[in-house]
Write a protein that binds this ligand. Structure first.
Ligand code: SER
Length: 317
């Protein structure tokens, strides 16, 4: 059996930077190629500077390392995307199609493409949203992900390209910062608490959104990629349920350990985005097809978040 060589595009992002470490453990440090548009001088492992809008550069890296798997994580997220709608569409779609296109007739045999709860809109049931609901996303990010899901299915049907995808909820982790998303508050709030700062929340107190702890999100991604091909029944994207949280619930969980922590609610344009997204997710397909099961809840996640961030900010040597 030949060795897997894994390329991660967007390796410096919130998910990519954590995923890389897990992949290095599984495939070995020299078999994981991290790539991003910005250099990482402190990176431990193989790193390639890559602009994924340039198809030739991706092809060059695939050939250079005989890449067998690609995790394509680079994208402009929901909130930032609304500041530059056309640029967001152009970038997200171009990078994705480049990755799919270079993968056919190449050494690549598996591709991971992340989708998002942002594919939903008001025409879907927003409680326990079913996987195959009508999708009318309101953000350009959501539109690009919904289109991406259909392109993934198209490449699978037409070229038998084994693309797998998860609709991520908001991802909460201590290792990295999200950038430009609507669910970012759920990470920022923990940082503020540990830095002994009060938090100004850009969503209303009762805005429920689906969330997942980073450990669970990474495990889900790897488990999906390791599932035998014949078990993958969904070729658009799998719903991934875990927690369903609002800012006030996260705040209360933190306050139990940080009694003087205060929050203020100042909803901005991101409130409208959040109001169009699911409150909770029905993920029975992921559970049935590849055995998905989350491990963390608000309480266990909060313990780890606060402990790790304390180490980061307040560790006395
Ligand atoms: N976390 C993402 C965002 O807020 C959702 O995919 O944009």
């Amino acid at each position: 059996m030949s060795e897997d060589i894994v390329l991660v595009i967007g390796a410096r992002g919130q998910l990519g930077s954590v995923l890389i470490k897990e992949l290095q453990k599984i495939y070995g440090i020299t078999n994981v190629i991290a790539s991003d548009i910005y250099l990482d001088h402190n990176f431990e492992g193989v790193f390639e500077l890559l602009d994924a809008t340039d198809i030739t550069s991706i092809r060059t890296i695939i050939k250079k390392y005989s890449v067998t798997q690609i995790y394509h994580l680079a994208a402009i997220l929901s909130a930032k995307g609304e500041q530059h709608p056309l640029k967001t569409w152009e970038l997200n779609i171009k990078m994705m199609l480049n990755v799919f296109e270079v993968s056919i007739n190449s050494t690549v045999n598996k591709v991971f493409f992340p989708s998002s709860i942002a594919v939903y809109g008001t025409k879907a049931p927003l409680q326990n949203s079913p996987q195959s609901a009508f999708l009318n996303p309101a953000t350009v990010y959501g539109i690009s992900k919904a289109a991406g899901e259909n392109w993934a299915q198209y490449y699978f049907n037409k070229y038998d390209l084994d693309i797998r995808s998860i609709r991520y909820p908001g991802v909460i982790g201590y290792q990295s910062m999200p950038g430009g998303g609507t669910t970012d508050y759920a990470v920022d709030i923990y940082h503020s608490a540990v830095k002994r700062e009060n938090y100004k929340c850009f969503l209303k107190a009762d805005t429920k959104l689906p969330m997942v702890f980073m450990e669970d999100a990474i495990r889900a991604t790897i488990e999906l990629m390791q599932t035998p091909k014949e078990n993958i029944k969904t070729r658009t994207s799998y719903n991934l349920g875990s927690m369903s949280l609002n800012p006030s619930e996260i705040y209360e969980a933190i306050k139990k350990q940080y009694p003087s922590f205060e929050i203020e609610y100042q909803p901005d344009f991101r409130q409208v985005i959040a109001d169009n997204w699911p409150k909770s997710i029905d993920d029975k397909e992921a559970r049935n097809d590849w055995g998905w099961e989350p491990k963390f809840n608000l309480k266990s996640m909060t313990i780890v978040m606060l402990e790790k961030l304390e180490e980061k900010y307040n560790k006395i040597n």
